[in-house]
Design a protein around this ligand. Sequence first.
Ligand SMILES: C[S@@+](CC[C@H](N)C(=O)[O-])C[C@H]1O[C@@H](n2cnc3c(N)ncnc32)[C@H](O)[C@@H]1O
Length: 132
Amino acid sequence: MMRWARESLKLNGFANVAHRVVRSDIRAFLERLAARDVWDLVVVDPPTFSNTKGVADDWDVQRDHGELLRRLAPHIAPDGIVFFNTNFRRFKLDKAAHGGYRVRDITRQSIPEDFRNQRIYKCWQLVRLASC
Ligand SMILES: C[S@@+](CC[C@H](N)C(=O)[O-])C[C@H]1O[C@@H](n2cnc3c(N)ncnc32)[C@H](O)[C@@H]1O
């Protein structure tokens, strides 16, 4: 997977640009970030559930996404964007997601009109509020 990611960067012309390929539990990754680690754009595409080998806590998208988005917020530049999606059918976006972000459900715009299953997933655009 890591080799695949590096190869994709290379094939897309980013071989000479500073890109880090990191394999980590998301919670450990967020804990290790420094204040200077800030992004303009982040795509969060988590599994519905996972219990990855070597990771102490399992992941449940309904239970854990609010905490993830809250911890991520200080690392998003003002007006920076987080795209968050899930294919968990009964998913409800946590109120915590609204803390520090302007939240917009973009599910409808992100699924092609002719795609057979219009309920395939749900997707949000979260724009980091400049005032936070
Ligand atoms: C829905 S897939 C994302 C697929 C990816 N967007 C792509 O296009 O290849 C969810 C990903 O989350 C990873 N994952 C599962 N548990 C994780 C955890 N605790 N921390 C970080 N990543 C995790 C899985 O290995 C899987 O690659």
